[in-house]
Ligand binder design. Structure first.
Ligand SMILES: [Zn+2]
Length: 144
């Protein structure tokens, strides 16, 4: 198996962990980095796992859903009132869990089928790493 990595850096968005007993319960932002590890068994005609120049669909998805967004856990009951009162000030994105770990798992589920489709099954994603600013990170890795 061959792999390659692509990073999308300095993507600003906010989140909160509504069950946290500290400051992570407050809405706050980071500049995020999303690093995808692609894999294949057979490279394309150029010798690439994936063509970095043809991943615009991933960047478009990130821009549409995450850039300048506010992420909420789907069971965060405060989000409903917040969005009802201030929805015009927020670009919400709701997922099962918006921790680094939860986002890594969620994006694997979103991006892996997109990569498989774009490469007609030749390539796929084996890992998604999420970095909050420059200090904290987590990853989801798919076991074969
Ligand atoms: Zn945070």
């Amino acid at each position: 198996m061959l792999t390659c990595k692509k990073s999308y850096r300095d993507i600003p968005f906010a989140h909160r962990q509504h069950l946290h007993d500290g400051h992570c319960a407050l809405i706050h932002g980071h500049n995020w980095t999303i690093t995808l590890t692609f894999a294949c068994r057979e490279v394309d005609a150029n010798g690439f796992v994936v063509d970095f120049g043809k991943l615009g669909y991933l960047k478009d998805w990130i821009n549409k859903h995450l850039d300048h967004a506010c992420l909420f856990n789907e069971d965060d009951t405060a989000k409903d009132q917040l969005l009802a009162d201030y929805g015009e000030l927020l670009k919400p994105y709701i997922l099962p869990n918006c921790s680094c770990e939860g986002l890594a798992h969620h994006l694997y589920g979103k991006f892996n089928p997109m990569v498989r489709e774009a490469t007609e099954g030749r390539a796929w994603i084996v890992a998604v790493e999420i970095e909050e600013d420059s200090k904290n990170s987590a990853a989801y890795e798919q076991a074969e």
